[in-house]
Design a protein around this ligand. Structure first.
Ligand code: CP
Length: 312
């Protein structure tokens, strides 16, 4: 196996072989979840810093858990109470982290390109935990893992991504990964929330959710990102639900073996109803669990993959 990257910044950089190596390693990591003691010595003596400039529950916590299960020391920097609020720049923060001996920095930042800038500024391995509207690679990896676990393979599946594609780093990273694996990808949402040029990535665009749902093997429902909508791109949330929400009626349109995904956090009653979250076809809770396995795999691989206990 040959994963040699020091940083994980974008899905668009990864080959299908590299993605598969991450997923195979994640499957090996997931084997320890059933154990009484979930610890491997792989990252003993290494320091992982969680540097989150935006809120997060799933990503931050699962990176922390993943690092701890690999025996790393973990430092969480709460930006709101750090020197960033006194005007410290990202590069100065990076130098501070380097002086503290950080081996891995996991960064979430509102600006696209911040993780790449950090990777050029420090010696540590840098993992992108979401940068602006650009990419969220570990979310795409855990989505691919969840699909592959349930369906055996991603190639040839029809994956429908619904919602706010314009603001979604999850959609962008998913599109790169799904296309690398040979899935057929359709995006659906209001025209105001679909950026131009997606067809050039090999993606089909439609505005008719009711027509496309019966053909979907996987439906990935995106969160309406109210915090990133500075102009009125949808008439109202009620109108959005009526036109694009995964409602109880629309559940009836899905194949019996379709998968329902949502990266979370969900706006219940807006883009997805509680019945859909509780539907047997939903894999939303598995996505969260798989996020720990995938992040263990990424931490293991970017640090050189030196533990036979994890090697897939
Ligand atoms: N899916 C996701 O990135 O969730 P968090 O914002 O809770 O990390």
């Amino acid at each position: 196996m040959g994963f040699t990257r020091k940083h994980l910044i974008r899905m668009r950089d990864l080959s299908a072989a590299e993605i598969q190596e991450i997923l195979d390693t994640a499957a090996a990591c997931k084997d320890i979840f059933g154990r009484e003691v979930k610890k491997m010595p792989t990252l003993r003596g290494q320091v992982m810093v969680n540097l989150f400039y935006e809120p997060s529950t799933r990503t931050r916590t699962s990176f922390e858990l993943a690092a701890k299960w690999l025996s790393a020391d973990v430092v969480n920097i709460a930006v709101a109470s750090s020197s960033v609020v006194k005007g410290e720049s990202l590069t100065d923060t990076a130098k501070t982290l380097a002086a503290l001996g950080a081996d891995i920095v996991v960064i979430r930042h509102p600006s696209a390109g911040a993780p790449a800038l950090l990777a050029r500024s420090i010696e540590a391995a840098v993992i992108n935990a979401g940068d602006g509207m650009h990419e969220h690679p570990t979310q795409a990896l855990l989505d691919l893992f969840t699909i592959q676990e349930a369906k055996g393979s991603v190639a040839g599946l029809h994956v429908v991504i619904v919602g706010d594609i314009l603001h979604s780093r999850v959609a962008r990273s998913n599109i790169w990964g799904l296309r690398a694996f040979g899935a057929r990808v359709t995006v659906v949402g209001p025209p105001t929330l679909i950026p131009p040029g997606l067809e050039e990535l090999g993606v089909h665009v439609t505005y008719d959710i009711d027509k496309v749902l019966p053909e979907a093997d996987v439906v990935n429902i995106l969160r309406i990102q109210r915090e990133r909508q500075h102009t009125a791109l949808i008439p109202s949330l009620r109108e959005y639900t009526r036109c694009f929400g995964l409602t109880r009626e629309r559940l009836e349109l899905l194949k019996p073996d379709a998968l329902i995904l949502h990266p979370g956090p969900a706006n219940l009653g807006v883009e997805i109803v509680q019945d859909a979250v509780a539907d047997p076809r939903a894999r939303i809770h598995e996505q969260v669990t798989n996020g720990v396995a995938v992040r263990m795999a990424v931490l293991y691989l970017v640090t050189g993959g030196r533990d036979d206990a994890v090697a897939a």
